[in-house]
Design a protein around this ligand. Structure first.
Ligand SMILES: Nc1ncnc2c1ncn2[C@@H]1O[C@H](COP(=O)(O)OP(=O)(O)OP(=O)(O)O)[C@@H](O)[C@H]1O
Ligand SMILES: [Mg+2]
Length: 161
């Protein structure tokens, strides 16, 4: 596990760039945290880092937004307003060649979502945010190792408490 403090928006965006630089193909990322924790900020900066230049829309009502990126499509989901996990079935996401899944409020669609390679837990802490990165499986663990070796990671402060 990696834990860091993110004092401001720029720190959240830098973390997204570091994550994007080392992501395995087809990575599934669950973004967890209360309202306002910074999930969308991280997702938007991540998509930008992958070269998405147009508008990054909030998937709050559409549930999913899709972006062409190197190696396929990046999927940005926000399940906050999902009524039933079966709504995801209608989106036909299984048929998409996804290079990346970024899922906000994944707990609301847990039954039908692919398992996470990396779970990102964000929380409000003072005027900033705290973040925990929890890998799962071989791809997730290899990803974490690559993150540790990125010198940019050490520019983010260690957790406060
Ligand atoms: N590290 C940070 N320090 C301080 N503010 C931050 C940080 N990261 C993001 N923010 C700010 O927090 C606010 C909420 O961010 P964001 O919309 O990304 O949250 P969210 O987790 O997606 O919320 P929701 O669940 O409502 O969609 C924004 O104003 C954003 O700029
Ligand atoms: Mg959001």
């Amino acid at each position: 596990m990696i834990r860091r403090h993110l004092p401001d928006d720029a720190a959240t965006r830098l973390l997204a760039e570091i994550l994007a630089a080392h992501q395995p193909r087809g990575a599934v990322v669950h973004l967890q945290g209360e309202l306002g924790a910074g999930k969308s900020t991280l997702a938007r900066a991540w998509l930008r880092a992958l070269g998405v230049t147009g508008t990054v829309r909030s998937p709050t009502y559409t549930l999913v937004e899709r972006y062409p990126v190197d190696g396929g499509e990046a999927l940005h989901l926000d399940l906050y307003r999902i009524g039933d996990a079966a709504e995801l079935d209608f989106l036909g996401l299984d048929d998409i060649d996804a290079a990346l899944w970024l899922v906000e409020w994944p707990e609301r669609g847990a039954a039908v979502l692919p398992a996470a390679d990396l779970e990102i837990r964000l929380a409000i802490e003072g005027t900033g945010r705290s973040v925990e990165l929890l890998p799962d499986g071989q791809a997730g663990n290899a990803w974490l190792t690559a993150l540790f070796e990125d010198p940019r990671l050490s520019t983010l402060p260690e957790p406060k408490a």
